[in-house]
Write a protein that binds this ligand. Structure first.
Ligand SMILES: Cc1cc2nc3c(=O)[nH]c(=O)nc-3n(C[C@H](O)[C@H](O)[C@H](O)COP(=O)(O)OP(=O)(O)OC[C@H]3O[C@@H](n4cnc5c(N)ncnc54)[C@H](O)[C@@H]3O)c2cc1C
Length: 271
């Protein structure tokens, strides 16, 4: 089975790695769009976030299977919210290692012809048995009816040695808005969720301000900003078959990691 995946973010890479393990011949294409969601993704899978997601077990199974090389870890968090504070173990999938480590070709796909052929910016073409569109908000370019818009958020990364006092913490600062900070593999991560439709300097300033208040992130940090697909009809991302050999799989708010695992598992059984 020859599978072509358009988009090498979290969804495309998780599906690719899983299908490769199942024996498919998979090629992932990515055009390196600057605001891809996955570069900013923290990869956390918190029990309260996934409470209403169906088939979580399928996702866990797929993530554990491709994470066998050490991509999955379990972190202890302090959760602070207006109702009560508590501690919780939260699973983390190392999205950065996968997004930067997954084998892919840096090509821009400009057209999907007859559901089987990808046409590239330089005019080349390649034909597959199955095509999966995992191109984030850019899926609209292929299927405008998806009508995806974006929600943007930033993550700050720093070397842990400069930020020794950072605790693993999730802090609600307004309804549905949370600041997340944690240390893992020598790095401090600070995420501010996704809230605005367009990236703006003043939003980033607020994120940096929150990072210093809630995350104690003081200096020498790098910022990554990403836009995740958003649609009121599809808060849990888009996963659907749009033709005999064509699928869309992308997005999924703060549950993008587990949803990609679920979709990978389902695709593995269907194709
Ligand atoms: C700040 C932030 C924190 C988050 N934290 C978490 C978290 O803790 N846990 C969690 O599970 N989720 C989290 N998410 C959500 C998660 O990041 C998204 O749900 C997920 O990354 C969506 O991935 P995707 O691969 O579908 O889309 P994207 O990451 O947007 O990837 C799409 C890819 O397609 C490529 N592309 C676009 N057009 C073309 C084309 N024409 N040809 C070839 N390639 C193309 C782009 O370059 C891009 O790499 C977070 C998101 C943000 C922004």
């Amino acid at each position: 089975m020859k599978v072509g995946i358009v988009g090498g973010g979290l969804t495309g890479c998780i599906i690719a790695e899983y299908l490769r393990k199942k024996g498919a011949s998979v090629t992932v294409f990515d055009s390196l769009e600057k605001m891809g969601a996955s570069k900013a993704a923290l990869g956390l899978i918190a029990p309260q976030w996934i409470a209403r997601v169906e088939d979580v077990d399928l996702g866990m199974e797929a993530l554990e299977e491709i994470g066998g090389g050490g991509l999955v870890e379990h972190l202890d968090f302090e959760i602070k919210n207006p109702v009560k504070n508590f501690r919780q173990q939260i699973m983390r999938f190392n999205t950065q290692a996968l997004v930067y480590g997954c084998e892919k070709r840096w090509d821009k796909v400009v057209e999907v012809r007859n559901q089987k052929t990808l046409v590239f910016a330089d005019g080349d073409e390649m034909t597959f048995d199955i095509i999966i569109l995992a191109a984030g908000i850019w899926c609209n370019a292929f299927i405008p009816e998806l009508a995806l818009s974006g929600k943007t958020g930033s993550t700050l990364f720093a070397l842990a040695s400069d930020n020794a006092e950072v605790k693993n913490k999730i802090e609600m600062y307004a309804p549905f808005k949370q600041a997340v900070s944690f240390q893992s593999e020598g790095f401090v991560h600070f995420g501010d969720g996704t809230s605005v439709k367009e990236y703006k300097e003043d939003h980033l300033k607020r994120t940096i301000d929150r990072a210093s208040r809630y995350g104690n992130l003081k200096k020498h940090y790098a910022v990554t900003t990403g836009t995740r697909p958003f649609s009121t009809c599809n808060p849990n991302g888009v996963f659907k078959r749009v033709g005999k050999t064509l699928w869309v799989a992308t997005g999924g708010a703060k549950n993008g990691t587990i949803l990609a695992g679920i979709w990978a598992n389902k695709l593995g059984k269907m194709i």
